[in-house]
Design a protein around this ligand. Structure first.
Ligand code: NAP
Length: 310
């Protein structure tokens, strides 16, 4: 039986991120009780399991919230069902596969009086908040984003990621954009982009973006075929020296200082924020990282690359 005041939550899409991060974060957070799961092929011991979100909503009448860990394409329908049933909704990143979908969900959540939370886990990395604070008031000259990882290592067999609405290399790349839009004081705007889509697939394995933020040129190099050491770095040249955020935002290096590193608390912090929003009766919907990816698809030159298999 859940404690009074806990949020009875259903977890949807029991795959890699649900198991690696959501389940441990929920188990450690007394503000939530995992009431049920919805997944076509997976079920957990000791938790009521349903094949899809509608069956879960019908089968667990006292459910209060859902957290969606499915791929972005298809999440709109799941979130819309949950909102219509009066449930609070937390979305994995990217929140939806289109901007129209997230705008519609925001309106539906507002009309129904429930919380909608677009989570961006990389923004909760230890170095991000102090980086934002340090950059405030500095003159930013250039920003270099290098986000290179091995699709086969981090997304084994995830065919959906290279399909339409799967985002391809923008699935990790949007994490870098979520950090950049958080730490840079001025809006981040796209100037040009190219991307390479493997033959027979719909989403890219490589992309490069040139952006601007105030007077600064911001470049992003996204590569999904990086074997060996993996790179998730952002370097910011300022009038006070260079700031480096590495390992996805977890290590912060400021000029003349020792590197700052703290333990990974990204998902515990996301759930803490979700509980806070539910308690306050508020939503948090930030689409800026998704807008930049959409802009890259609007403006970017598309090249066809060699075919790819996992
Ligand atoms: P995943 O391992 O493929 O898990 C997603 C789960 O969703 C699947 O196991 C599947 O479970 C369910 N699902 C429902 N509809 C599906 C469909 N049409 N196609 C495929 N699966 C479907 O993916 P993931 O890596 O956990 O990623 C899910 C979301 O989390 C993505 O938005 C991703 O960007 C985000 N994320 C991933 C990571 C990571 O390191 N992998 C990190 C942070 C965030 P059933 O077959 O049981 O329905």
């Amino acid at each position: 039986m859940a404690e009074a005041g806990t949020i009875r939550l259903g977890l949807v899409g029991i795959g890699k991120i649900a198991r690696d991060q959501h389940l441990p974060a929920l188990a450690a957070d007394g503000r939530f009780a995992l009431a049920a799961t919805a997944s076509r092929n997976a079920q957990l011991d000791d938790v009521a399991g349903f094949p899809d979100i509608d069956a879960m909503i019908a089968g667990v009448p006292d459910l209060q919230a859902v957290s969606l860990c499915t791929p972005p394409d298809g999440r709109y329908e799941q979130a819309a069902s949950a909102i219509a049933a009066g449930l609070h909704v937390m979305l994995e990143k990217p929140p939806t596969s289109t901007l129209s979908e997230i705008a519609a969900l925001e309106e539906q959540a507002r009309a129904r009086g429930v919380t909608l939370f677009t989570s961006w886990h990389s923004r909760e990395a230890a170095g991000v908040a102090p980086a934002r604070e340090w950059l405030a008031g500095k003159r930013i000259e250039t920003v270099r984003i290098t986000w290179r990882e091995d699709i086969r290592r981090w997304h084994p067999g995830q065919e959906w990621i290279l399909g339409a609405g799967g985002f391809g290399v923008f699935d990790p790349g949007i994490n870098a954009l979520s950090i950049a839009t958080r730490i840079l004081p001025d809006p981040l705007l796209l100037d040009s982009a190219w991307m390479e889509v493997p033959e027979g697939r719909a989403s890219p394995l490589k992309a490069e973006l040139t952006m601007r933020s105030g007077g600064a040129v911001v470049t992003a190099d996204f590569d999904f075929l990086q074997t060996g050491p993996q790179t998730w770095d952002i370097e910011v040249d300022t009038d006070a020296g260079m700031l480096t955020l590495s390992m996805g935002g977890s290590i912060l290096q400021l000029p003349g200082a020792d590197a700052q590193k703290a333990s990974d608390r990204e998902y515990p912090r996301l759930y803490a924020r979700f509980a806070e929003l539910v308690g306050a009766g508020e939503s948090e919907v930030d689409v800026r990282p998704l807008q930049l990816v959409a802009d890259a698809f609007l403006l970017g030159e598309r090249r066809v690359g060699a075919s790819f298999s996992f």
